[in-house]
Design a protein around this ligand. Structure first.
Ligand SMILES: Cc1cc2nc3c(=O)[nH]c(=O)nc-3n(C[C@H](O)[C@H](O)[C@H](O)COP(=O)(O)O)c2cc1C
Length: 158
């Protein structure tokens, strides 16, 4: 069985981390692509009416994704990467989790942020992926070393 690195990235930071991780560990890479890409106005956290503010204010919000879905049955470990939004995973990550059957698989969260940790994201993700083991995950902020990524990934995968 193989490993998948799935990620959502609004402005490219998490995409870079995801690519570095997938390359370091030889995993497949999958982008969780929004049907409607986020504009900079959408991402304005100072505006409580911006799209991201409205989405994050609604726990049940599930923004639509586009593109082909990966064949989850091919993977036993799925790294799921995202930017921290309001201390947790963006709702579109919840869309992705609910769209697939992760039972029996290991989900390893990773995130980039302005400084916040993963917060309650792993617990929230576990509640949306019944039967999966969700690890505590880690931030992938800053410079990423391939050996460090490999060592962490080996300790996280099952
Ligand atoms: C709507 C929104 C909310 C955010 N909330 C947080 C936060 O709670 N804590 C934090 O450290 N950074 C926060 N950030 C910053 C992002 O997590 C950070 O810039 C991230 O690396 C962006 O990743 P991306 O380029 O893959 O989208 C927020 C950014 C946006 C757009």
């Amino acid at each position: 069985m193989s490993t998948l690195v799935a990620y959502f990235s609004a402005t490219g930071t998490t995409a870079r981390a995801a690519k570095a991780l997938a390359e370091a560990i030889g995993a497949d890479l999958f982008e969780i692509a929004p049907e409607h890409p986020y504009s900079s106005a959408d991402l304005n956290w100072n505006d409580k009416n911006s799209r991201s503010s409205r989405e994050m204010a609604d726990e049940k919000c599930r923004p639509a994704v586009t593109g082909d879905a990966p064949d989850m049955s091919a993977y036993d470990t799925v790294f799921v990467g995202f930017p921290i939004w309001w201390y947790v995973e963006p709702r579109i990550v919840d869309t992705f989790l609910e769209a697939h059957d992760f039972s029996g698989k290991t989900i390893v969260p990773f995130a980039t942020s302005g400084g916040s940790g993963l917060g309650k994201a792993p617990q929230r993700m576990a509640s949306l992926a019944p039967g999966a083991t969700v690890t505590e995950g880690r931030l992938l902020n800053g410079r990423l070393d391939a050996n460090d990524l490999r060592a962490w990934a080996e300790g996280s995968a099952r």
